[in-house]
Design a protein around this ligand. Structure first.
Ligand SMILES: Cc1ncc(COP(=O)(O)O)c(C=O)c1O
Length: 404
């Protein structure tokens, strides 16, 4: 134990020296654009609650009603006795959201997006005949990266990393590839940069090389597309090669995620996806509330929230021009301000905190070295006035002599 304690103390000291130590901040109020921390009210530009559903009265009521009607716990994993009628109905409705994009679509509901991603990648690389080749985008979310790492360990999958902004090397590598089974894995909306994956080109490559294309649309579901059904609805693409993963803890306001794919692929996941098989099914009350959330997303409330969010994004884009900081090109709610060093990112986040804002500093390994940033996110519940005041605060801070 002494050895472990020494090693951990040293490890923590190293993280401190590199300004990479993470800290938990406890929020004393419900999720919203104004939150309380350590007795102070801060204006938050940091959550993924893009439509303002995390504290929506209709969903609060739905969760309470769901608990009264179906109980709070499922009591077992889906394949033992935890799969209730309400989970089944939710999965049917989740599959319907992608029915225009994936022929014979079925869906599986997971407790989190992290588990959904790990499940889909490991199950779909665990085929009978031969090892799979996985093509994974460099800036993919950690849960996709971990899924790929697990697939490597579990099924000996071979991995090629590509840059989603330059598909040339990916195309060249695919031409040389003689693997029987190829899986391309990508974020729909890049969670730290906010840009969209070139899924049209990727699907073409998948068609040419008989590959599956797995898209993690954690930041697109609820937000993109006319009905809020995500990046596939938005793109109009349709193929049985598509595996769609949407999360339900971001725009949908609650928690959980789903994998949607051709019924045969979903049947394989039921057999092989270990987090589905060996983890307790999510609360039936949450499943019930998620069905209400899907109705809100598709209906007038969702439409209005998406319109408001788009107008907030445009408003910010019109204001955000800085001399020393880089604003990444993004048309989504994720609007990062790249400042460079860890030190600058932490100092800027601290100064913003003093000015009454919460925009967290994001450092490696979440983003590449030298690309530390403030990951600013917009919600439909922000006002133009609030965004303007934030921009002014940032201009004032920058003019006081910031540099990257
Ligand atoms: C792109 C992406 N995928 C997956 C996840 C994981 O989803 P969840 O928070 O539901 O586990 C996240 C969460 O931050 C994410 O940003």
């Amino acid at each position: 134990m002494f050895f472990v304690k020494n090693q951990i103390t040293q490890g923590l000291a190293e993280l401190d020296a590199q300004l990479l130590r993470r800290k938990i901040r406890t929020v004393e109020s419900p999720c919203g654009t104004r939150i309380h921390i350590a007795g102070r009210e801060l204006q938050a530009f940091c959550s993924n609650d893009y439509l303002g559903f995390a504290n929506h009265p209709e969903l609060i009521n739905a969760l309470a009603e769901g608990a009264r009607r179906f109980g709070v716990g499922s009591g077992a994993s889906h394949l033992i006795s935890g799969h209730q009628t309400i989970h089944d109905l939710l999965e049917t409705k989740l599959a319907q959201t992608q029915a225009q994009s994936i022929p014979k679509a079925n869906a599986l509901f997971f407790s989190t997006g992290y588990l959904a991603n790990i499940s889909a990648i490991t199950a779909l690389s665990n085929l009978k005949s031969s090892a799979s080749r996985i093509y994974s985008a460099r800036l993919n979310h950690a849960s996709l990266i971990d899924g790929v790492r697990l697939a490597k360990g579990q099924s000996n999958a071979d991995v090629f990393i590509f840059d989603h902004r330059d598909l040339g090397p990916l195309g060249d590598e695919l031409k040389r590839d003689s693997s029987e089974h190829i899986l391309i894995v990508i974020d729909g909306v890049f969670s730290m940069d906010g840009d969209l994956a070139p899924i049209g080109e990727l699907l073409q490559l998948a068609e040419q090389h008989d590959a599956l294309l797995l898209i993690d649309d954690a930041h697109g579901f609820g937000v993109l597309g006319n009905q809020g059904h995500g990046i596939l609805e938005d793109s109009g693409l349709c193929s049985e090669r598509l595996i769609y993963i949407g999360t339900l803890g971001k725009a949908a306001g609650l928690s959980g995620a789903f994998v949607c794919a051709h019924e045969l692929l979903i049947e394989w996941l039921i057999q092989k996806a270990r987090p589905y098989i060996y983890s307790t099914a999510s609360s039936p009350a949450v499943a019930f509330a998620l069905i209400q959330s899907l109705d809100l997303i598709k209906g007038r409330v969702g439409q209005e929230a998406r319109t408001k969010l788009r107008s907030n994004i445009t408003h910010w884009q019109n204001l955000a021009q800085f001399k020393t900081w880089q604003i990444l090109k993004s048309d989504t709610a994720i609007q990062p301000i790249v400042v460079g060093s860890n030190e600058t990112a932490l100092q800027l986040a601290k100064d913003l905190d003093l000015a009454g804002y919460w925009i967290p500093a994001i450092r490696p390994p979440t983003v590449p070295q030298g690309m530390s940033r403030l990951r600013m996110t917009l919600s439909a519940t922000h006002t133009h006035a609030e965004i303007s005041v934030l921009a002014k605060t940032l201009f004032d801070l920058e003019s006081k002599g910031w540099s990257s």
